[in-house]
Design a protein around this ligand. Structure first.
Ligand code: 1GP
Length: 238
């Protein structure tokens, strides 16, 4: 089954790992794999993925990924913050277009910079519409990309943007409240996007407990992404 179909099956979770904040070694890989399996059971998930990336990257991502990939069995998908966060050591790469940004750098320039490398190395890409939605506080992605988030109340704008992504041929839509968001993307937004756009929906940013995750799934999310909650406490939900 291809990646989009796997994600579309629904009720999956991605653990977001930022290599800048996480040294990779055998003990970490073992602990995070164990965590993934326990979450799979606890939340009755279809699949668990690792998403790897960050708004900035001061470490050697290629080296990090090579090591990590050699130590885990679950799928490793790059969630890149820039064209520099591309590597052959992954199962797939979210080829993001930052649809809510009005900064040309993230709308098209970053994609151009990585295109030839991706093609040459036959890296599997998943074309993804990426929308930043106000999560109640200024987040790293907003600062680094110099992009204003959409307001949670701008439902028409959010919906139209996701449909534009669908018409452009994207395969997934990522509704992002930003890492450490105070307010995750509201269920009403997910529901509206679900009813207007046929792409599988990824939701991330500020998901910290079971009820928030369940709400996102019920509203129509296929995949929920959790970063900070696990980063701060590896015993999250144990
Ligand atoms: C993934 O950026 C999010 O979309 C991760 O957000 O760190 O708040 O879980 P958290």
């Amino acid at each position: 089954m291809d990646w989009v179909s796997r994600i579309k099956s629904g009720r999956s979770l991605a653990i977001l790992i930022d290599p800048e904040k996480t040294a990779v070694d055998y003990a970490f890989a073992k602990a995070i794999s164990k965590k993934a399996l326990s979450l799979k059971k606890k939340l009755n998930l279809n699949e668990v993925f690792f998403f790897i990336g960050g708004s900035t990257m001061e470490v050697d991502l290629d080296k990090w990924l090579k090591e990590f990939k050699g130590l885990v069995t679950l799928p490793v998908i790059i969630f890149p913050g820039s064209h520099e966060q591309v590597s052959i050591h992954c199962d797939a790469l979210l080829y993001l277009q930052f649809m809510s940004s009005r900064n040309a750098q993230y709308l098209i320039e970053e994609q151009i910079k990585s295109a030839l490398f991706i093609k040459q190395h036959k890296i599997v890409t998943i074309p993804t519409s990426y929308l930043l939605i106000d999560g109640g506080k200024s987040t790293a992605v907003q600062r680094v990309t110099n992009s204003q988030p959409y307001k949670q109340t701008d439902i028409e704008l959010i919906t139209a943007t996701t449909v534009a992504g669908e018409l452009l041929g994207h395969k997934l839509v990522y509704l992002e409240a930003g890492s450490g968001a105070v307010l995750p993307v509201a269920a009403g937004i997910i529901e509206k996007v679900k009813s207007s756009c046929s792409l599988p929906i990824i939701v991330g940013g500020g998901l910290r407990d079971v009820s928030q995750i369940e709400r996102a799934f019920t509203a129509g999310a296929s995949l929920c992404v959790v970063g900070t909650a696990i980063e701060e406490n590896v015993e999250w939900m144990d």
